[in-house]
Design a protein around this ligand. Structure first.
Ligand code: PLP
Length: 419
């Protein structure tokens, strides 16, 4: 309660913005992840990896728009590309040359992606990948992971599948190769697809073991289900995403977040024979429309983001920076001897307030929930903005000095809050 009061005292304008929003928007927002009590901080400006809120407080932005903000808030080349695209005319209801350029850039990077199509979000990319798998196999059911997240209508934090899930589902456990193999084989030729994040993102930055991904690969090969890696977040982890790092190649991959330089974006791609279900040159092709699929600002920004800025070496450098930060944070936790750790890979990490390996989603205790909330408010008080659940997604402008400052802030949190 004390931390919440201190938080609220410094943010009267954010409180007022929230009060106004609540009158016309349930919960006062249009993105569930941006909700927390007593009210969320309203931001008014961003530059590089800095943010300023409505009350004039400044932050180091370690949230990086939940991984979509990889280029920071003011990358000049992206701003120029978007402005030039808009100057040439807002959406033209026609194909353009930029979309095939961006498609070539993406297909050139991910081993599983021979053909690709664009959407407006990662959620849509997953829905369309599932449509492709169902069209290709003639089957209906999809297997997902307990604790997985693939977008607003594909949220599987609990086994009770939420009412807004639009498709028939089967579940299995993350990082349990034997159970997954058994569950996939039991579904047999009823299963159209297995959809998995090679690292749980929203589920707490929990990486999959290579053995687990290999088990999914092997079992889906046996039953003919389409294996889909949701790399909406993890594609940033290397030149060829997490599939490149793990060496396990799915049949299809879904992408999104940062790839259009921070503009709205999603993409799904995969084997040419599967993606051919959308080929309008063939009779009976599946529909995949979408007014904004090739909108001019996302396509233009995407070509610059993927063609000029986020090169293979930039991806490797960002991964290394994140690894070093996570190691430094974990070293600080170990030195203090507290049950706290940061999981993740590369530039994405998440705190857990328990000892021992975290390899699967778990139900947090009330004590852990309290620490997570305190961590969030203490980091905000230190001028560091991250997700309410503590997740960090580094952007390119975040410097080594910013990482050092983060480690110091976490050390202060531990010193102040240790039992
Ligand atoms: N898949 C994963 C792994 C995600 O983390 C997210 C978003 O956080 C999505 C899909 C959904 O993407 P979007 O929010 O663009 O619909």
């Amino acid at each position: 309660a004390e931390a919440r009061e201190a938080y609220a005292a410094k943010r009267p304008k954010s409180a007022a913005i929230h009060a106004e929003a609540r009158a016309v928007m349930p919960g006062g927002n249009t993105r569930t992840v941006l909700f927390y009590t007593p009210f969320p901080t309203a931001m008014v400006r961003g530059e590089g990896c800095r943010l300023w809120d409505a009350d004039g407080n400044e932050y180091l932005d370690l949230l990086g728009e939940y991984s979509a903000g990889l280029f920071g808030h003011s990358e000049r080349r992206i701003l120029d590309a978007v402005k030039a695209a808009l100057d040439a005319g807002i959406n033209l209801a026609a194909v353009g040359e930029k979309e095939s350029r961006l498609a070539r850039l993406i297909a050139g990077r991910f081993p599983s992606v021979e053909m690709v199509r664009f959407t407006n979000s990662g959620t849509e990319a997953n829905l369309m990948a599932l449509a492709a798998a169902r069209g290709f196999t003639g089957r209906v059911k999809t297997m997902v992971m307990r604790g997985g997240y693939h977008g607003g209508v594909l949220t599987f934090a609990t086994e009770a599948s939420p009412v807004n899930v639009p498709i028939p589902l089967a579940f299995t456990d993350y990082n349990d190769p034997e159970a997954a193999t058994r569950d996939i084989l039991a579904e047999g030729d009823g299963l159209a697809a297995v959809l998995v994040e090679p690292m749980l993102g929203s589920g707490g930055c929990i990486p999959a073991s290579v053995e687990f991904l290999q088990a999914l690969r092997e079992a889906t090969r046996r039953t003919g289900a389409v294996l889909i890696f949701d790399e909406v977040m993890t594609s940033r982890h290397g030149p060829a995403g997490l599939q490149g790092l793990t060496g396990v190649t799915p049949d299809m991959t879904t992408l999104g977040k940062y790839m259009a330089g921070g503009m709205s974006f999603g993409a799904f791609g995969g084997r040419a024979d599967i993606m051919a279900v959308f080929d309008g040159h063939r009779p009976g092709a599946l529909p995949h429309a979408g007014t904004f699929n090739n909108n001019v600002w996302s396509m233009a920004a995407g070509c610059v983001a993927m063609g000029e800025i986020f090169s293979a070496s930039a991806a490797e450098a960002l991964y290394e920076r994140g690894e070093r930060l996570r190691e430094a944070l974990n070293a600080a936790c170990a030195r203090a001897g507290v049950p706290m750790q940061f999981t993740g890979r590369g530039s994405m990490l998440c705190p857990h307030f328990r000892a021992g390996p975290v390899t699967a989603p778990y139900r947090a205790t009330p004590a852990e929930d309290r620490l997570r909330e305190l961590f969030f408010f203490d980091m905000l008080a230190a001028g560091i903005y991250l997700a309410r659940r503590g997740m960090v997604a580094l952007s390119l402008p975040v410097s080594e000095a910013d990482c050092d400052r983060t480690v110091a802030a976490v050390e202060e949190f531990i010193a102040a809050r240790r039992p």
